[in-house]
Design a protein around this ligand. Structure first.
Ligand SMILES: Cc1cc2nc3c(=O)[nH]c(=O)nc-3n(C[C@H](O)[C@H](O)[C@H](O)COP(=O)(O)OP(=O)(O)OC[C@H]3O[C@@H](n4cnc5c(N)ncnc54)[C@H](O)[C@@H]3O)c2cc1C
Length: 465
């Protein structure tokens, strides 16, 4: 930085290289086209519905595809948020507005079975289960909102003893006023079940607030009940911390355990009473507690949906190591995929609270609408092109392209690579790996690159041309 002589030499090199390359540049025309003014949204949970409504409110058509027979997703199983908002009332209002919106077409019991195209010009096929009807839709943007599911626990007698429930199952029983939950003497909740360990390192974010909510509700319904929360770290985000204090003040007992010394649950018959005996070592005091519980609820966390792999294949978008969809950039492009025109939101991305899901769905809708409202979409010019006479259709380029901008297509002479210019970012991976040197890059041809190297190495512009 302070070496003026070297900096000056470098500037002269760069200038000479640019001039050398400019001498060999040829005209390249961008491809321009009008985007299809419609959005495809996959998944009809809160994320899918909020984004559908936001896009439609901006005046664009939406096809909302939901594989289940009703809209709502996981939120159908959540009664209230920790702040006391009525989730079911919100959901009913949202579902009603979505169903009645003239620009939103809802496809229930349906799945996308094929999708092709590029930003501004996608075509997808939607198949309805049962009647086998297939609808083809054109869309300029796509939003993936396929959500996530509650993990199935493998421990603490779950599935063997009906008194061991997941938190969502506990919530269902509390809502129904079921006495096997609301009328009992002792309830225990165990946090981080099957989470934050070597097998699944993920924290699901929602479980701590879920337990606090259930504990406060049980306390309200049955003030005599002994309620224990066995935790490793209570992480009630932001202002939800207040509810943690409230629960503690109202007598909910919090006991911290270590991952290496997890609680043990056994079914025991004693003095004519059948209980679930929970043994837990309180790590701070190194004290072993024995709690005879009537019901044990497991905070099992959130895992990626089984469908994600298939959706990832269909839309050519990546998954992370936990099976959730992977955004293009955590900070700079948090609702985008690397492939232009495809966005993500909700728990399909990673576990998050309803409020975060709603905010992200609105962000995804905004990004989609920014494409749909364009008069013309112009593709970049520094993109790859295929010399069809040299190409043997081996597919290496298709396999390696990080933007899924190359596909091998069958034409008269056999299989050949085809560049989707609208998706190509001109990274050159295809060109540098092609065994037949059949792929070139506009504005980055071999001659253009070599002349720059020559200009730098020899100090002369004319050398290579
Ligand atoms: C166990 C659990 C507990 C939670 N507890 C709380 C809580 O206490 N408080 C809170 O604020 N939040 C909680 N959440 C988070 C909250 O549920 C989510 O933020 C929100 O519901 C996510 O909405 P979504 O639309 O992204 O996903 P989902 O609700 O999962 O909806 C996704 C929808 O996509 C559909 N779908 C999936 N694959 C396809 C496909 N291939 N084609 C078409 N449709 C498809 C599904 O059928 C589903 O209807 C919890 C989540 C879970 C899993």
């Amino acid at each position: 930085m302070r070496d003026r002589e070297s900096a000056n030499r470098k500037a002269r090199d760069l200038l000479r290289m640019a001039v050398a390359k400019a001498r060999l540049l040829g005209p390249v025309a961008p491809l321009t086209f009008e985007p299809k003014r419609s959005c495809l949204i996959v998944g009809g949970g809160v994320a899918g519905m909020v984004s559908a409504l936001s896009v439609a409110e901006m005046g664009f058509e939406v096809n909302l595809v939901e594989k289940a027979g009703e809209l709502g997703g996981t939120a159908r199983r959540i009664l209230n948020t920790l702040n006391g908002q009525d989730v079911q009332a919100y959901l009913d209002a949202l579902t009603g507005t979505v169903r009645e919106h003239p620009l939103i077409r809802v496809h229930l019991d349906a799945e996308v079975i094929e999708s092709r195209g590029y930003v501004g010009d996608f075509t997808s096929k939607i198949a309805v289960r049962g009647d086998g009807k297939i609808t083809e839709v054109g869309h300029g943007a796509t939003i993936i909102a396929t959500g996530a599911v509650e993990a199935k626990p493998q421990e603490y007698l779950y599935g063997q003893d009906s008194r061991v429930l997941t938190l969502l199952e506990l919530e269902r029983d509390v809502a129904a006023g079921n006495t096997r939950v609301c009328g009992v003497q002792t309830a225990v909740m165990i946090q981080c079940v099957g989470s934050r360990d070597d097998e699944r390192r993920l924290c699901s974010r929602v479980c701590c607030s879920q337990s606090l909510r259930s504990a406060l509700k049980l306390r309200e319904l049955n003030p005599q009940m002994d309620i224990y929360v066995l935790y490793r770290d209570m992480m009630s985000y932001g202002l939800m911390e207040d509810r943690y204090r409230e629960a503690a003040e109202k007598g909910v007992k919090f006991i911290r355990y270590e991952l290496a010394d997890k609680p043990r649950v056994t079914a025991v018959e004693e003095e004519g009473r059948s209980v679930l005996r929970v043994m837990v070592r309180e790590s701070a005091l190194d004290r072993l507690h024995m709690i005879d519980a009537d019901v044990v609820a497991l905070a099992v966390g959130v895992v990626a949906g089984q469908d994600n792999r298939e959706v990832s294949r269909l839309f050519k978008v990546p998954l992370d190591e936990d099976g959730f969809f992977l955004e293009a950039h955590m900070k700079l492009r948090p609702v985008d995929f690397a492939t232009d025109g495809i966005f993500l939101c909700g728990t399909a991305h990673y576990p998050k609270h309803l409020s975060d899901t709603i905010a992200q769905a609105q962000a995804a809708a905004g990004k989609a609408a920014a494409i749909l409202c364009k008069k013309k979409i112009e593709t970049g010019v520094e993109v790859a092109f295929v010399n069809a006479e040299e190409c043997i259709g081996c597919g290496i380029c298709e396999l390696l392209c990080p933007f899924k901008a190359i596909e091998v297509v069958s034409i008269d002479q056999g299989d050949r690579a085809h560049v989707i210019s609208a998706s190509c970012k001109g990274c050159g991976v295809c060109s540098s790996h092609c065994p037949r040197r059949a792929i070139g890059m506009h504005s980055f041809g071999d001659d253009q690159i070599l002349t720059q190297i020559t200009a730098m190495a020899t100090g002369k512009v004319e050398q290579y041309a």
